[in-house]
Structure formats: C-alpha cells, structure tokens
Design a protein around this ligand. Sequence first.
Ligand SMILES: Cc1ncc(COP(=O)(O)O)c(C=O)c1O
Length: 383
Amino acid sequence: MEIRKDFLPLSRPSIGAREIEGVVSCLKSGWITTGPLCKAFEDKFCKLTGASYALSLSSGTAGMHLMLLSLGIKRGDEVITPSMTFASTLNMITLLGAKPVFVDVHYDTLNINVDLIEGKITKKTKAIVPVHFAGAPVDMDRILGLAKKNDLPVMEDAAHGLGAYYKGVHAGGWGQTAIFSFHPIKNITTGEGGMITHSDDRLESRLKLLRFHGIERDAWKRYGKGGNPEYDIKTPGFKYNLTDIQAALGLAQLSRLEELNSHRTRLADLYRKGLEGVSGLDLPGVPHYPHTHAWHLFIIKVASMERERFMQELSRYNIGYGIHFPAAHRLNYIQKRYKIKKGELKETERANNRLVSLPLFPDMKEGDVSYVCGAVREILKNG
Ligand SMILES: Cc1ncc(COP(=O)(O)O)c(C=O)c1O
C-alpha cells in the first residue's frame, strides 16, 4: 500500500470555535486565574458524575496527591493499585512514604483483576486505587463490596474515564473519591488540568485548603467587590488550582463530550472490524458487564513480532503510537525499592512488552483508521 505523506499522530486535541471563543472571552474579562469559570466547570462535573463535590486542579496527579493526603495515607501504609498504571500514582504513594501493593490485571482489558484484591489486603492497607483503563470501567460493584467488607476507601483513577459509565453510573459517581485528568491526550483537555470528585462533607474543606496554600477563601472572592483581602492559614497547603483560562477551554470541551466520545467509539468499532482475525495480534477486550466505554485509548498487543520493530514499521508508514503503560513495577526505582518478583504479576508481564496504543482522537477520520489497519496487516504479514 502507498505510504501517506503526512504524519498521523497518536493523539491531537479537538479545538474548535467554541473553545477559542471561550478562552478569548475569558482573556478579555479581566479575571484569568481561578474564578467563576472554574466554579462553573466544577458544577458541570458534579452534574455529569453525580458526585456532590468537584474540585478543579492543575493536574490529575495533584488530585491523586491531595486525595491520598486527605485520606490520611502516611509512612508505613499500603495502597492497593495495579502496576499497569501511570507512574504518577506510584510517585505520589511513594513520596508520602507509603507502599504501593500491586494487583495483577486482566490481559484483555488491562483492568485490575478484582479476584486478586482481597489476597493483598493487610492491616496496613489504607486504600484501593483502581484504574478505569483506556476508558473501560472497572467492576465497581465488586470493588465496592470488597472495600465495604474491609472498611477501606476506594479512589477511582478516572484519568481515562471521562464519559465511562458502569451500570448507568458515570465514573466518579459512586460516592467514593475519584480523580480525572485533562492532559491534552485525554477525552477532554484544559491544556493541563485535573478534577477530584467526591461526596464526603468532611473531606471538602480539607481538600480546598490543601489545594490553595491552606487559605480558606478563594482569591476571586477575596478580591471581588467588598471582599476582605485578609487571610489566615490554618494548615500548610499546595498551589494546585486550575485557572479560568483553562476552565474556559474545559467548559467548551465538556459541552462537546458526547460528540467527542461518540466519534471515539465509532473509530474504535472500525478498528475492531478492520483488525479482526489478524494473526499475531490481540485486540482490546471489553468488560462483560453493562457499561459505556470511553475509548480513551485503543491498545493492541503485538504477539508475533518484537514491539520495537513493529513501532519502527509504524513510523515508516507515518503513523504515531504510544505505550500505555510500561508496567510500573519494572520502572527502575520501583523495581529497586519494592522488588517485585518475576511471575508475581503474570498477566501484566504478558501484556507489558506487547502493548501499543494506536492513533485515536476525535478529529481522526474514518479513512485514517482504514489506513492504520491496512498498515498493521502489512507489517504483521511481512513480520
Ligand atoms: C491512569 C492515569 N492516572 C493518572 C494520570 C495523571 O494525570 P495528569 O497527567 O493530569 O497529572 C494519568 C495521566 O496521564 C493517567 O493516565
């Protein structure tokens, strides 16, 4: 087949007139940092997820950090999570002096294997952090059942889960805590950014204090007409707030979520049809329970040739790719520090050197998917 002239990236944010107008209007408004647009973005998030509270943040990682702190995770504690996740989760757990305890995943969906969670719970376990991997919601009923039985909080890593529903409930809507990410590769973007959702009255004020220096009132209220610019600090905090410029982008993107995700779903269907029956390749599995997949990523596993060479070939065809993720327990410091034995995370290891993310983004054309499918077929045939 003929090689395309232009490069097809792994991902590209869909920025249209609505996003540009929203940002320009914020820039002209006179208030560009955290303010009314962040508040509107948070309100929309509560509506979408069904959570009582939403806190906009500078990143998903900031959300992870604040949630772990607010749940009281400290030195000596253990947090259960898959190794098939982004390193930021492990970094935050480790920097708090706690230990990540890894649970294996299912090879097909890359979601945590719930059957294996209970065997990892000890007296030191303080939280369970499952990931709705690539947009496929985890089995929340079973995870919540286990959490309740063992009196543990669940923190959903919903960085991939915007628009993902489990049995009709949106990620983050389970009365537990959840974090979302708005990095440009995600289902909606704010450039960089994140959100915590939760429904715990006791957590809300602590999270807000930790988000912004430990100061009780938002700056836009302190500096608004008649506001009192004085402040007190009761507990030291971070500077993890989102800006209104970013929220303007986020609001425009959120208003298009259904449109953006339905195109992702259409492309994922085309990939599945276009790559069906190709030998040497495993397609992503989907959960067996009722759900709506957010199709954040389309991840194949290449079993019949070296991944390195496969990616080089994709490159030759002018196709971008990604790795989501290198298994965290094989990353240098994690391997050295926590010494996970070979074979302990069998399915994670099986997927680890095979997985490749193919291009998937809202402005991608159906013809682009056909092109990638044709290239993948040729690459694997010529092995
Ligand atoms: C599964 C997962 N968790 C957490 C994060 C962290 O989000 P952020 O990049 O917004 O800090 C990411 C981002 O890539 C992610 O993919």
